[in-house]
Design a protein around this ligand. Structure first.
Ligand code: TRP
Length: 342
């Protein structure tokens, strides 16, 4: 166990790089709301705009996407009173601690990050230095709150391991027990939302086909239409989860149904065994419209009132800094920065 005991605190972040999908909702936002409402942890949720600019972002679009993401958080049920909700750049301690972590993390560690290798590809010479340092900033996001739990998708697992390595090396090098060794709360592959056109690909905002995804801004008609047109196979639904093993499209639709209805896949299978998609799809479409259309309506309403969103973000940043300022000051002191001695 780590000493001293750390306050149970959840931290997670989403990049405001545009285009929230059903995948973001079921994989992240919906779980954030559950963790918030459980009440056993403080919950801190961040729009990571500093991460977004590791690849080019048009400034006007970035501003819009940040506000839209904030609207998406709130419309999904993140309550800015219960949770701390803010954008990363408004809390300077993230970038300040990231600098220290740039000096703790090793080039070799960073070079092994698969996301770096995927994103930089063969053209690493031309990638930004920020993209290479991305995981050190992510570690700072988490550790500047002494966060103990971090809900993320499977693709972020390696970054969380790096966060633990950075915390451990800092603690070791400076002979302190200052940063907690954070627990990842990894979303299982079973809840990953796949493309509606190809069950082997993740649902993505960057897929050229809009029919492949449900956007959180889609209205009721669009949601229902995309589900009715989703790719399936000609077989009726099986009577157990195992029967879905080699049927990625069918499995995806069943997973979405289970997730939206808060049931297990086995419970859903018991309900729908033997059904044709002609029957199942309208059921799923109705459920998706019932759960998602109010969210897109609320997002649109919030987006009408930019001043209100900005006020919420400013208040969130203020609350965030109450946590981050003392932790950063202590980190500076540990490192030996003059002027930081308490
Ligand atoms: N890298 C994360 C992603 O792309 C976003 C992120 C940035 C994050 N900082 C974080 C997630 C801290 C969790 C905790 O999904």
């Amino acid at each position: 166990m780590t000493e001293p005991a750390f306050t149970p605190r959840v931290f997670s972040g989403i990049q405001p790089s545009g285009g929230l999908t059903l995948g973001n909702y079921l994989g992240a936002l919906k779980r954030f709301v559950t963790m918030q409402d459980e009440g056993s942890h403080e919950t801190v949720y961040c729009m990571v705009d500093l991460h977004a600019i590791t690849v080019w972002q048009d400034p006007e679009t970035l501003r819009r996407n940040t506000r839209e993401l904030c609207a998406g958080f709130i419309a999904s049920g993140v309550d800015p009173e219960k949770s701390i909700l803010f954008n990363q750049s408004a809390v300077p301690e993230h970038a300040q601690l990231a600098w220290i972590f740039n000096c703790v993390a090793r080039m070799g560690w960073m070079g092994r990050m698969t996301q770096w290798k995927d994103k930089a590809g063969k053209n690493a010479e031309n990638a930004s230095l920020g993209l290479f340092g991305y995981p050190a900033l992510m570690a700072a996001d988490i550790l500047v709150y002494h966060a103990t739990h971090v809900p993320v998708g499977e693709d972020q697992k390696q970054h969380l391991e790096l966060t633990r390595d950075i915390a451990a090396k800092f603690n070791h090098d400076y002979k302190v027990d200052f940063f907690p060794i954070t627990e990842p709360v990894i979303e299982g592959a079973a809840t990953r939302v796949m493309s509606l056109r190809d069950g082997s690909k993740k649902m993505s905002k960057s897929d050229p086909s809009d029919a492949s995804r449900i956007n959180m801004t889609d209205d009721a008609d669009a949601i229902a239409r995309k589900i009715r047109k989703a790719k399936t196979d000609p077989e009726p639904l099986p009577d157990s989860a195992e029967g879905l093993a080699d049927r990625p499209e069918a499995r995806n639709l069943v997973n979405i149904y289970a997730s939206l209805s808060e049931k297990t896949v086995d419970q859903v299978m018991a309900e729908v065994a033997g059904q044709q998609f002609g029957l199942f799809k309208p059921m799923l479409a109705d459920l998706a419209v019932e759960k998602l259309a109010p969210i897109s309506t609320e997002m649109a309403r919030l987006m009408e009132d930019q001043a209100e969103i900005d006020k919420i973000l400013a208040r969130g940043a203020e609350r965030a800094r109450e946590i981050t300022a003392p932790i950063l000051a202590k980190a500076y002191e540990i490192v030996g920065m003059v002027g930081a001695e308490g």
